[in-house]
Design a protein around this ligand. Structure first.
Ligand code: NAD
Ligand code: UDP
Length: 357
């Protein structure tokens, strides 16, 4: 098989998914080339088709599972990757409680398989999708990267376990460069309205739920708790536009490239090690504030009722985004109104998501 060498070629696992598809666009715009590897367990080929149309170029797509070591080897032997952005994973907290073995198998064992193949091919640069969920119920706000970590559900545990594995890997071999990006609450969609979040079944997350109420697929929103110690009693989160989040991945790769390829001795060339970075806006928005912003921006009324708190939810969670700014030169640019506008554009253009309605 011929090896196709490009300095800036990236393997994107889970690249057909919500965040991965947006990141493919950002990578292309930044001059990276990519191969998407996804088993389509929570996504559709149509997302890749649409990304290809948007960037005016066919994305190389391999349908495969990260636990299929032979299939991964084939991909690594056909391309010379600079690094991997690893989105592939299952992400539903409730499902993880019901099916813990599935989650540990997919998210933890799958990541170990990927890391083993990366090591075999000497590809040691990784950007990993971690989550603010690793902070559990935070002691202090805003949450910085040195905050204690703890998780209460198998999904969160799978992310935290992978972080521990990455730390151990760096301890064993300092030539690894590993950046877990801890996402806060990604929402929104590409401004073209062509790609966005397409949950199976009834959404668990707030923004897709709101947009499905707005489009008439769901009757009313249940707001889980109005007795939290917050500005209006509802939960507070750090919502971040998926386009900003995607850009954060490009900034992380740029950082890895700078740190690993510098020929200037004064650049302190040394490996990055294990470098966790928050991707959030640094601002908290309450559930009610988001509902009101959505109505203001779209003109759509969102009927809601207050119900009991959801088990496992915390009152408030928002990031300190300073480390990303200082190290990566990245900060979120888009507002809560942009998040609502773009979510609604995607939802109204695609009421059935990627499925033909
Ligand atoms: P998503 O489900 O849309 O994308 C994940 C992709 O991974 C899907 O396309 C799925 O088909 C693929 N996949 C899953 N298991 C796989 C496997 N074994 N082999 C190959 N492909 C596999 O989810 P997303 O929202 O885009 O999230 C991407 C990553 O970010 C996930 O790891 C998720 O846990 C993490 N994350 C997401 C959020 C969020 O709110 N969306 C927050 C924090 C972290
Ligand atoms: N939420 C809600 N109703 C819903 C979904 C979520 O009130 O149908 C609230 C939830 O209690 C939390 C916030 O919205 O305070 C964000 O929840 P989401 O599931 O989107 O993300 P999480 O922060 O839990 O990962």
């Amino acid at each position: 098989m011929s090896v196709n060498f490009m300095r800036n070629k990236i393997l994107v696992t889970g690249g057909a998914g919500y965040i991965g598809s947006h990141t493919c666009i950002a990578l292309h715009e930044a001059g990276y080339d990519m191969v998407v590897y996804d088993n389509l367990s929570n996504s559709s080929r149509e997302a890749i088709n649409r990304v290809s149309t948007l960037i005016g170029q066919n994305i190389e797509f391999v349908e495969g599972d990260i636990r299929d070591i032979e299939a991964l080897r084939q991909v690594f032997s056909s391309h010379q990757f600079f690094g991997v952005i690893h989105f592939a994973g299952l992400k539903a907290v409730g499902e993880s409680v019901a099916k813990p073995l599935l989650y540990y198998n997919n998210n933890v064992i799958g990541t170990i398989d990927l890391l083993e193949v990366m090591a075999e091919y000497d590809v040691k640069n990784l950007v990993f999708s971690s989550s603010a969920t690793v902070y559990g119920d935070p002691e202090n706000l805003p949450i910085d990267e040195n905050s204690p970590r703890s998780c209460t559900n198998p999904y969160g545990q799978s992310k935290l376990t992978v972080e521990h594995i990455l730390e151990d890997l760096v301890t064993s071999d300092s030539s690894w460069n590993l950046i877990p990006l801890r996402y806060f609450n990604p929402v929104g969609a590409h401004s073209s309205g062509q790609i966005g979040e397409d949950p199976n079944d009834i959404p668990n997350n707030l923004m897709p739920y709101i947009s499905q109420v707005a489009v008439g697929k769901l009757e009313k929103l249940s707001i889980f708790g109005n007795d939290y110690p917050t500005i209006d009693g509802t939960g507070v989160r750090d919502f971040i536009h998926v386009t900003d989040l995607a850009q954060g991945h490009v900034s992380a790769l740029n950082y890895l490239e700078r740190r690993t390829s510098s020929t200037n001795p004064s650049d302190m060339k040394k490996s990055v090690g294990f470098l966790p970075i928050n991707l959030g806006t640094g601002k908290g928005t309450s559930v009610l504030e988001l509902v009101n912003a959505f109505t203001e921006v779209t003109g759509r009324d969102i009927p809601y009722q207050f119900t009991d708190r959801r088990a496992g939810d915390i009152a408030s969670c928002y990031a300190s985004a300073d480390k990303a700014k200082v190290l990566l030169g990245w900060q979120a640019k888009l507002s809560v109104n942009d998040m609502c506008k773009d979510t609604w554009y995607w939802q109204s253009m695609n009421p059935s998501g990627y499925k033909v309605s």
